[in-house]
Design a protein around this ligand. Structure first.
Ligand code: C5P
Length: 312
């Protein structure tokens, strides 16, 4: 079969409607119990036949080249590593030009880098004709990062282990959110380290008993939106607020603007604010934008599918 000259795949951002973090494990990761939800903000990765690997970046974050929030365009980029990993797994040469078109801001708690890696795996599998099945892709994804398997899977899922062990969850309906994106990114390892510090000082619960996900799972199954709004929980919110005190005002801004619930997404600093329906989300976005604490606000809905080739 002839392989294509170019393939484009897209993958969604995620929010964690529930993120319970256990104690630090000997391997440097924390045990999680999390409920991932894929939302309608997408990065795309286009791959073309090439000689060796090269990587280019456009869109969100591309202008930050050289700055603290810069996305690397060499072998430190997860897309580059995804290409090497798939080539190695399939026994083919890692030959491709890789182009990431970013809409998901980097270091925002939205798994943008994981989305890029997931899209790259799916696109390169089609370009190279390596025919990895879903389980192979999920196993490769887990080697790239804790959130990458979910970026492949999409939808709604319960994540355990370090987040890479997934159980799909059925959602009865679509949920409408406003993402309030703050100016500067937060580094995920530093937010986890701040949580460990707060725990060592006894300022937050030690995490030996993981907060149950049932309230969020029940709300996702049966609605109404207000029930999901009150069930939202994130153990990384306290350390994110510790490192970025301005986030407290951002969360208040979301609630003042009429959100049914608001929380820091993943390790932050994005604030995810829940609305009743799409018109309410549009109104909430306008009100949040007017609060003057966010760089951008985006209206999104989820669940949406995971990494997919875009028909071209
Ligand atoms: O898996 P990933 O590369 O995205 O993780 C980045 C960092 O986030 C890890 O090196 C670790 O510091 C922290 N982390 C963690 N526990 C997890 C997931 C991530 O401590 N379950």
């Amino acid at each position: 079969m002839r392989t294509p000259d170019a393939v484009t795949a897209r993958a969604p951002a995620k929010i964690n409607a529930h993120l319970a973090v256990g104690p630090l494990r000997p391997d440097g990761f924390h045990e999680l119990r999390t409920v991932y939800l894929a939302v309608s903000l997408f990065d795309t990765v286009t791959v073309r036949a090439g000689d060796g690997l090269s990587l280019a970046l456009t869109g969100e974050g591309a202008e930050a080249a050289g700055g603290p929030d810069a996305v690397p365009t060499d072998n430190r980029n997860l897309v580059w590593r995804a290409a090497e990993l798939l080539a190695d797994h399939a026994g083919v040469r890692a030959d491709a030009t890789l182009e990431i078109a970013k809409s998901i801001p980097a270091a925002a708690g939205l798994a943008g880098g994981s989305a890029d890696a997931a899209a790259a795996l799916v696109a390169l599998d089609a370009l190279w004709g390596t025919r990895a099945d879903r389980d192979d892709l999920l196993a490769l994804a887990a080697q790239l990062g804790s959130d990458v398997p979910f970026s492949v899977l999409g939808g709604v899922a319960l994540g355990t282990g370090r987040g890479e062990q997934l159980t799909p969850v059925l959602a009865r309906r679509s949920w409408h959110w406003v993402l309030g994106i703050a100016g500067e990114g937060l580094s995920t390892p530093s937010v986890y380290a701040e949580l460990d510090r707060l725990r060592a000082e006894g300022r937050v619960p030690d995490g030996r008993t993981l907060l149950p996900a049932e309230p969020v799972l029940a709300a996702l199954r049966t609605g109404p939106a207000a029930a999901l709004g009150t069930a939202l929980a994130n153990d990384l919110q306290a350390p994110a607020l510790g490192l970025r005190p301005a986030l407290r005002r951002a969360l208040r801004a979301a609630t003042d603007a009429g959100a049914l619930g608001a929380l820091v997404s993943g390790s932050g600093p994005t604030v995810a604010a829940l609305a009743e329906d799409e018109p309410a989300a549009v109104r909430l976005a306008a009100a949040m934008a007017g609060e003057g604490v966010f760089r951008t606000v985006r209206v999104v809905a989820g669940p949406v599918a995971g990494a997919r080739v875009v028909p071209g």
